[in-house]
Design a binder for this molecule. Sequence first.
Ligand code: AMP
Length: 640
Amino acid sequence: MEEEEERSLKDYVIFGIRIGVTIALILLGKLWLNEDNFPWYVNLIVMGAAYLVIAYDIIIKMFKHLFIEHEFFDECALMFLASAGAFALRAYGPEHNEYMEGVLVMLLYQIGELFEDLAADKSKDSITKAIDLRKEMARIVENGNVVDKEAEEIQVGDVLVIGAGMKVLADGIIVQGEGDIDESSLTGEFNPVHKTVGDKVNSGSILSSGSIQIRAERAYEDSTVAKLLDLIINSSERKSKSTRFIDRFSKVYTPIIMGLAILVAVIPPLIINPGDGSVWSRFIYGALSFLVVSCPCAIVISVPLAYFSGLGLASKHGVLVKGAQYFDTLNDLAYVAMDKTGTLTEGKFSVTKVSTYGVLEKELITIAATLESVSTHPIAKAIVSYAGSSNLVPCKDAVEISGMGVRGTYENKIALVGKYAFLKESGIQDLGEDQENTIYVAYDGRLIGSISLSDKVKKSAKQMVSDLKSSQITTILLSGDKAETVEKTALELGLDEWHGGLMPEEKISALESYKGKGLAFIGDGINDAPSLALADVGIAMGGLGSDAAIANADIVILNDDLHKVSEVRSVAKKTKNRAIFNIVFSLSIKAIVMILSIVAATMATWSLPLFVAVLADTGLAMAMILSSLLLSFAKPKAIN
Ligand code: AMP
């Protein structure tokens, strides 16, 4: 279970053949070559062959652990001891058909393993299938003709023809036509958006009506879909805190169980009658059953699988969680800090007023938009779109000062666009009063105008804040915006704490005191990247194609809907509960069967067949696997 390589189809076929051969040999040994007709060693040879066919990899693994990693205490050793012991028991008489039972121990264990792999592959598949587009065929315009090309071969600049009902196979810009784009496979929400020439479309979305041609802006490996896929695959490979707990658990559990088994085998016969071989046999048998029952595979298999199903469940609802360990952090949240613009507010600014001082409005907007074209800040996007792209002259040296604005040269003179404090610090005089939601523009050392923009609080923000507060989580708003604007938003939403006018490094130092105490940060991209990285769990309002958010956050909410914060917390809680249920239930059943096996050993008249012990173990493992898989069908709901 520690070597989690994926099995290929060939592996499955070989494994199927091994299982088939083993069963055939068991039947041969049991039904035909049994001890009444043949000497005992014929049966031993047949069952020994069956054993080797089914168990060789387990035995190799055990020796590898022992000699290379100097570790003996794992379930391979447990299974080997139990099955080898069953063979050894045959020395005490044929009444239990121990050779066959030795083979059965391994057979059932291997079937359990196979089942686990199938289940894990299946859930991984179902997650990735929905968005893996690599081999899908795109229709590309080439020399006036339309040709088919695999999605992974699309190059930047290729023009794709997309008809109604077709999937968009590249990130690009519409160059012809219009239509409704359904982005549900990326966001989890069915909400088609009408797009036309000049609009961006993302790979993975579907054109629900209309007909468009797009020019590819990125190759497949850089596309939104490839990044999401990578995120999902990598996330399932990271181990959660609870999984690590399971690793530690088996390392302690296995030696304890082995020690107990030795005690069961040795102490009672010494007390009862050390000279009586049948007493020894009974208790060794009891100890072996005890060993087999105690194998923790039900837990080792089902706990990681529960986390895996939880990840799948979250992604089905439009939330990508980079690693199962973040579920544990979400369950222990004490503080949730958040950004304002684009996170609590729509982040879709529109220019409401332009004031100029000694320049034409067109000049002011051109200078501002030229600088802002280097930024992805929502304010920058609004100014650029207000200007219209045709007005822009490329500005090579524009630099964004995070949380402040942009500085650059325009026609050989310095231009600044950004918040009041930014211009003031840069030595611009006569700025007047700082207006709410206003960006100031300076050129050649003097103020030439201001641009007012409006943004509104997201509908889902209030609900999220009240969900968090009812879970006794402290809510904190950290923003670079003017203190008054920040306070207004904080009071409107009922937040516990708020700090305005912060520089990105001040945001970081404000967060530092909460780090390690269950801190989440919710932000929306580039300027929040350091905070997202610093927090115990960084939650990004990914929006579509926001690379910085995808790279820096631990959790990405694809459609920017804050209800998803409550949903992913609910998924985290359900996942943890399922893992705990599996652990407690498995250990209880095991305890009962272990006690039964010891009771059986002390009674001369009744013995618990080893076979039953193995079934109780493998059967339990399967039930727990099912329990974990069922989690993928749960419904996350807001936590109160
Ligand atoms: P932030 O914390 O990134 O939202 O930034 C805080 C404030 O800085 C914003 O509310 C704006 O006033 C200003 N600001 C940041 N980036 C820009 C930009 N690219 N253009 C104009 N103003 C900006």
